[in-house]
Design a binder for this molecule. Structure first.
Ligand SMILES: [Zn+2]
Ligand SMILES: [Zn+2]
Length: 204
């Protein structure tokens, strides 16, 4: 089983977001037998914060394997789905950071404005460590709301042939190629072309 130290090593630093992700991942571990064989568990994450690195290290659900699905919703919600049953565990973070005093608020404000004097930096570090400690030791109910049930299993990772973009001549997965006037383009080239047309129209 991965420790928080292993997770820090992968992520590069310790932070409250990583600690939250670690608790989420450990909860998923408790529910399912993971890391399981390839693609047994799919993680559906609704943000791309530091927390996701902890999820990847601990559960083995990774972006590259295709069993980590990212929805850009900006929500601290994590759903783990077991294949093929569709049994899921949904975790929604409800943790509230400990209240801060007026003095702490002022120090934080200074830090945000770029003040890096020793007293300000020390405060920020201490505050960060205390948040991490709080998250790692808090009761589950203080951190998250957990629901379970059954849902449709997401499609497995697909492997598709490539085609060549008519503009940059680089390879692009056929499903991602954009079709225009009988040509096939990769998305960046297609977007560039559309932008150029818009600018031209604007200049006329
Ligand atoms: Zn971080
Ligand atoms: Zn291209």
């Amino acid at each position: 089983m991965e420790t928080f130290e292993n997770v820090i090593e992968f992520h590069g630093h310790a932070c409250p977001g990583l600690a939250l992700g670690y608790r989420v991942a450990m909860r998923a571990l408790k529910e399912f037998e993971i890391p399981a064989a390839d693609e047994e568990i799919v993680a559906l994450v609704e943000n791309n914060s530091c927390a996701i690195d902890a999820v990847q290290v601990v559960t083995g659900c990774t972006f590259g394997k295709g069993n980590l699905i990212f929805h850009d919703y900006g929500k601290q919600v994590y759903t783990f789905i077991k294949r093929p049953s569709g049994k899921y565990l949904r975790i929604s973070i409800c943790w509230k950071k400990p209240a801060e005093s007026e003095n702490e608020r002022l120090l934080w404000e200074k830090y945000m404005k770029g003040d890096r004097s020793e007293s300000v930096v020390d405060f920020v570090h201490a505050r960060k460590s205390s948040k991490i400690k709080h998250i790692l030791t808090a009761d589950e109910r203080e951190l998250m709301t957990v629901t379970t049930g059954t849902m449709k299993v997401p499609d497995p990772a697909i492997i598709r042939p490539s085609v060549v973009c008519s503009s940059c001549h680089e390879k692009v997965m056929d499903l991602k190629a954009m079709h225009k006037n009988g040509y096939r383009f990769c998305i960046p080239c297609f977007n560039e072309e559309e932008l150029r047309k818009k600018r031209k129209k604007h200049a006329e």
